[in-house]
Design a protein around this ligand. Structure first.
Ligand code: GLN
Length: 547
């Protein structure tokens, strides 16, 4: 029988609810419990797959091919539990399910209403697989009081009521602003936020209060008194130097103890925090620094490449060094020579992306890395650009390009070295797509196996010849150009099991040049850095020595 922890937020958004949830998950694991984390998002998009990364940050893809909120990335990085499609839901998804059922006649002619039809759908979602874990942590996106969040708040209220007493608790995150004029941390917004929650029938058991100053005893007492919790249930969440400090910091503040107390679990199992001690040691006792240039399109919003930024940090941790990632807008190189911008870096990464804008710049960045012997990691579009670059400048196919850009422009301008993938194999099934298909959820998505050439660089990096990585793309490198490219030293070192889809390319006579069609960053964890990122950073450190 799972216990449920509902995590809500108040006062302002962006308080780090996802991080607090993930850290709590990690702390419960450290006490020997199994956990699963879920995210319920009030927006009306069916999933974040079609949302701009500028708007919403990265789309996190699960093994089972769901396009989900980036908070699921935090959950995985902190707990190592692979998220599933059923760990993320939005209002849009809930409503579309309800409306489909209505059209099918499942409700037998009843009037369909938010309560109970929408709330029931939310409750069903929360309880999927509830018997598999000790604790299910459900984070509600947005802040209390948002109009679109109301059905979710109502659903979790009902859910706790439906369950045995003591099987569900509520944790609420708020802000304690510091007012310099009076030199005080202010508790009033927190009081109001809790009042708002209680007005919809939810009484929080644990309050996590973000503030950039320690909470004085007097304020802690005041919060406890006005918000109807014990003093020990008021947990301070100070700003941290690294997000990976969060489990240790929250443990010090007593978060896991407060949660176990709220469930009346006594005596509480002792925590084993050695994993997080090691993580903190690797972060805070790192030596030196490598600079990695990320040449991409969505550079204004760091969250657009969240998992890449984290995976690079993990790569640094594996080598006990600091990684300084700098974002460079690829469009600059459409016109300008990359040399002055890129020469001070130890390594270059070209991440995934969609659309033609900035691609000529990415191709030039790949060329620069190839010609200068600078470590290069191309991810998804970054691999496709590396292949186009090699096709143009090594194999003499001057007009090499991707069908994606021709489709976008509505005219044929390129020889498609990268073509639109319309049919592929997943396990025992063949999946087919048309150009006219919906935009949402129609890509090659989720975990696929790749077989690596024995003796290749990637086989050495992974120390394996069969790997599983997550995908999210519509276009694919065309095998017809394989021989021409291999003659020039670009090796197709990883293929789909049926040998039809190139998964990895590498350049033979280069210190470290690898392009992958998948997204390795999604599987990296601070306590288990992804081998590609760990080795990329190792190579970058060596490159530094060469300079
Ligand atoms: N736009 C490219 C494709 O659809 C690459 C996608 C990506 O980088 N995730 O194949």
């Amino acid at each position: 029988m799972a216990r449920f922890i509902f995590i809500t937020g108040g006062v302002v958004s962006s308080l780090g609810k996802g991080l607090a949830s993930a850290a709590l998950g990690a702390l419960l694991q450290a006490r020997g419990y199994s956990v699963r984390l879920r995210k319920l998002d009030p927006y009306l998009n069916v999933d974040p797959g079609t949302m701009s990364p500028f708007e919403h940050g990265e789309v996190f893809v699960t093994d089972d091919g769901a396009e989900t909120d980036l908070d699921l990335g935090h959950y995985e990085r902190f707990t190592g539990v692979h998220a599933r499609g059923t760990d993320s839901v939005s209002s849009g998804r809930i409503y579309s399910t309800v409306l489909e059922k209505e059209r099918r006649g499942d409700y037998l002619g009843k009037t369909i209403q938010v309560i109970p039809h929408v709330t029931n759908e939310i409750k069903d979602f929360i309880s999927i697989g509830e018997d598999e874990v000790d604790f299910m942590l459900c984070e509600i996106g947005g802040t209390v009081g948002d109009i679109e969040g109301l059905p979710f708040f109502e659903a979790i209220r009902q859910f706790a009521q439906d369950k045995e007493r003591g099987q569900c608790i509520f944790m609420h995150l708020t802000l304690l602003p510091y007012v310099a004029a009076s030199g005080e941390l202010k508790t009033k917004p927190t009081q109001h936020s809790v009042k708002e929650l209680r007005s919809i029938g939810i009484a929080p058991d644990v309050l996590v209060c973000r503030s950039d100053k320690p909470i004085p005893e007097k304020e802690r007492e005041k919060i406890a008194l006005f918000c109807n919790v014990r003093k020990e249930d008021v947990i301070a969440a100070p700003d941290l130097k690294s997000i990976y400090e969060a489990p240790l910091a929250y443990h010090r503040e007593g978060l896991d103890q407060a949660v176990l107390d709220a469930f009346r679990i006594s005596p509480a199992p002792k925590p084993n925090l050695s994993r997080w001690d090691d993580v903190a040691d690797r972060i805070f006792n790192a030596e030196g620094e490598v600079r990695v240039a990320i040449v991409g399109k969505y550079t204004q919003l760091e969250d657009a490449y969240k998992s890449i930024a984290e995976a690079l940090t993990h790569g640094g941790m594996a080598n006990r060094t600091r990684v300084k990632a700098e974002w460079i807008d690829a469009e600059i190189f459409d016109k300008e020579d990359p040399a002055p911008y890129l020469s001070g870096f130890n390594a270059i990464l070209v991440p995934g992306g969609f659309g033609e804008r900035g691609t000529e710049g990415k191709i030039r960045a790949a060329q620069f890395a190839r010609e200068r012997g600078i470590p290069y990691l191309g991810i998804c579009l970054g691999m496709q650009m590396a292949v186009i670059e090699a096709a143009r400048n090594l194999a003499g196919l001057k007009d090499a390009g991707s069908e994606e850009f021709d489709h976008e422009a509505g005219q044929k301008r390129f020889t498609p070295v990268v073509y639109h993938l319309k049919e592929w194999v997943q396990g025992n099934n063949t999946i087919a797509r048309k150009v006219t298909d919906d935009k949402g959820g129609t890509m090659r998505l989720g975990a696929y196996t790749a077989i690596l050439n024995e003796g290749s660089k990637v086989a050495k990096v992974y120390n394996a010849t069969s790997i599983e990585e997550r995908h999210r793309h519509r276009y694919e490198v065309d095998l017809s150009y394989r021989d021409k490219l291999e003659e020039q030293g670009m090796v197709f070192s990883g293929m789909s099991p049926d040998g039809r889809l190139p998964e990895i390319v590498e350049i033979k006579d280069h210190p470290w040049f690898i392009g992958v069609q998948f997204h390795p960053e999604l599987k990296s964890k601070p306590f288990a850095p992804h081998p590609l990122f760990a080795d990329f950073i190792r190579a970058a450190m060596e490159a530094e020595r060469l300079v």
